[in-house]
Design a protein around this ligand. Sequence first.
Ligand code: UD1
Length: 433
Amino acid sequence: MENQYIIKGGTPLRGEVTISGAKNAALGILAAAIMTDETVLIDNLPNVRDINVLLSAIESIGATVNRIGPHEVEINGSTITDVTVDDDFIRKIRASYYLLGALLGKYNKAKVALPGGCDIGSRPMDQHLKGFRALGATVNMGFGMIDTHADVLTGNHIFMDVVSVGATINIMLAACMAEGKTVIENAAKEPHIVDVANFLNSMGANIKGAGTDKIRIRGVEKLHASEYSIIPDQIEAGTFMVAAAATKGDVLIKNVIPKHLEAISGKLTEIGATVEEFDDAVRVHCTERLHHTQVKTSPYPGFPTDMQPQIATLLALSDGTSTVTESIFENRFKYVDELMRMGANIKVEGNVAIIEGVGGLTGASISAPDLRAGAALVVAGLVSEGYTTVDSIQYIERGYECFEDKMTALGAYMDKIPVDDDRAIQKFKLKVG
Ligand code: UD1
């Protein structure tokens, strides 16, 4: 049965929230885990839909997946019998394409369904394939599949034409057991690139420079067992930071790496919120109406595109005229119409949203267009007058663990109920008054 969120807005968020492991790091790490025949133990795994789909894809090729607990999994790749990952998985989650790099790197062959277009814009894979070819692989496309194989993979000097998180990870995976040395220039520098590299190194790979734009990989013969804990999710943390500021709340966001949040903290401070940094936590509080600013998304350490809808929602409620420029994905303003239905004043011109701050929003029945925009609309619901329902929450559940529980623990009036269940809506309204 499909669910929706119901929210009664207007309550400042207060208290503490603990951030889960980083989904985007986990996707790379789980794929990497199949590259050894020994058992790998991974913890701080976020218990979200994307991760569970990737684990099913990993099981479907014959690897042994032992879910020890909601946040801990053991993977053994020695039982893999198949190097083909079919359409079902790639349609549900694009990042199953990391199995392409992992299988190619381990077995010199892989066949993975071609990911289709995505809600946030066209997402080509040319840089991934350029990398595989540079390592000596033949890549064929046909019948909706990417089919790649090599007699031997040999290290090479690869210059990325576009800064791509996915391509950087996929090439690292394919290159870590190639013969000789690989250099990836113009590599992405996101925290999850570093986390995947650290994990591969913990299995015996030799990768240096992850986190800079030049990654050097010396191929090793094989990888071995490892125990590894995934970094905290930068975007989940950022979303709670924005929610705290938007509701004029006071929230301690725990289990974070404050350095990874600097672009977000910087913007929040600039517009008038208070952000305090601790060793592994940040506290965001806010009492006054916030100010306008300009935001432009760019690869790390710039402002993350995955925080663009959330910051735009916050600016929709801030004083004056703000602009938000999306420079990574071309179709990432689909939530704007929903925000306008709640009373926001936003005009989109090309890749720029021009936002006239309004005094408040009003509750409405809205729909999550994608993962991060969905989270932003929940934040909008939390500050709106009256009731908001958000449907298509399966997008939000791809990347946010127990979103409604974490919000409720901070004092939000929010619940997950079946779509079209009027009785559940009435019950919620009676409960929250
Ligand atoms: C990853 C994140 C996603 C985030 C994005 C940008 C994961 C699982 N997903 O997505 O949440 O929004 O980084 O931070 O980690 N491009 C090409 N050719 C390619 C590959 C990419 O032109 O071969 C372009 C894309 O169209 C886009 C830009 O490069 O404009 C960045 O994309 P990329 O960094 O690859 O994003 P993903 O890895 O798909």
